[in-house]
Design a protein. Structure first.
Length: 349
């Protein structure tokens, strides 16, 4: 029944589902049929519901600006089919080791001056380095960036519980570790670590008190059923991820997915809107792929409930709209960037 036709979805009493949605209660029990019905709603109806729920939980006008810096690029041992930083693929990525603390701090200050309130640092590792010089340098970096008054987000790969606690103590506010897709489709994209490996890292993040940033990628050749299962996996997490990045595949030459079929942009919008509806208090981030999107597509994503973007010329290693273009777009839409750093509670298992 997953991915059912619109007529079939209507036959499953969507009115009852909508009634529950408008109760504005946090739920972790959406089943696949419910999510499928929501996803397949007529687009105007889907956007209306998403926007209504968004307005009850967030400002209609505000978008958080984030900056993502690759602090260690290339040479990753994972074989993620979408990633140009994998050592398994031949791409044009310029690899480099861990950047110095001062260089990262300077980039963070530049991001803050440009309006970002969240600074994310990503390193192309299968797992965060064990205790030693590299990990000590990361801890020092976190302290310096946190001292600038920014939300600090890290993505370093797999993480042990001990590492998670050390990062939290250093000042990391959020840890990003995406599940990418459904459990079933995941193994078609990555074989060097399992879906459960990722969930274990997310559990370690929760235990430390850091907030969770977890989302995925659409446009990798997955079916609609995979997107629905992916969204259900996120909804089942208790609490929901505070941050849910929705990425559109960037097809990079040299990766196994370089010739993937183009995604219907409305599938991106449906994914964002459904995420907003079933995780009303999560910040939904319009992430990779914005360089390939029109202003109209991005505006529709905001209408669907996205309320964060990554800004800056690079998103790790791929092109991204620059801050001036982003500010012009927000101005045209009558929207504004968040100016205060958020400090929501750290939920634990």
């Amino acid at each position: 029944m997953i991915g059912c036709s619109l007529n079939h979805a209507r036959g499953l009493n969507m009115q009852q589902v909508e009634t529950r949605l408008y109760q504005n209660q946090l739920r972790h029990d959406f089943d696949l049929d419910e999510i499928g019905m929501i996803y397949h709603l007529p687009l105007p109806r889907l956007l209306k519901i998403a926007q209504t729920i968004h307005s009850e939980n967030w400002s209609d006008e505000e978008v958080q600006l984030c900056t993502l810096l690759s602090i260690k690029t290339g040479g990753c041992k994972e074989n993620c089919s979408y990633c140009p930083q994998s050592a398994h693929h031949t791409t044009k990525v310029n690899s480099h080791g861990l950047l110095e603390v001062d260089e990262i701090k300077k980039a963070a200050q530049t991001a803050k001056d440009a309006g970002s309130t969240r600074f994310c640092m990503g390193a192309a590792w299968r797992a965060a380095p064990k205790s030693g010089p590299a990990f000590d340098q990361i801890v020092e970096t976190v302290k310096e960036v946190s001292g600038l008054g920014l939300e600090v987000c890290m993505t370093l790969g797999l993480l042990t519980e001990d590492q998670a606690h050390k990062l939290k103590d250093a000042g990391v506010y959020a840890y990003n570790h995406n599940i990418d897709s459904s459990r079933e489709y995941y193994e078609k994209v990555i074989s060097t670590r399992t879906f459960d490996d990722r969930l274990e890292t997310l559990r370690n993040v929760r235990k430390s008190g850091m907030t969770v940033c977890c989302g995925g990628i659409v446009g990798m050749g997955e079916e609609i059923t995979d997107r629905i299962k992916f969204l259900k996996e996120l909804n089942t997490m208790n609490p929901h991820p505070e941050s849910v990045p929705i990425n559109m595949l960037i097809k990079v030459e040299g990766t196994p997915l370089e010739n993937a079929e183009d995604l219907d942009i409305f599938d991106l919008i449906r994914t964002i809107a459904t995420a907003r509806i079933i995780m009303p208090k999560s910040r939904v981030r319009l992430s990779a792929g914005r360089k390939q999107m029109s202003d109209e597509t991005q505006a529709m994503a905001f209408m669907a409930g996205a309320n964060s973007i990554f800004t800056g010329d690079k998103l790790l290693t791929t092109e991204n709209p620059n801050i001036d273009d982003d500010k012009k777009l927000l101005s045209r839409l009558g929207m504004r960037s968040v100016t205060k750093v958020e400090k929501v509670g750290h939920a634990r298992f």
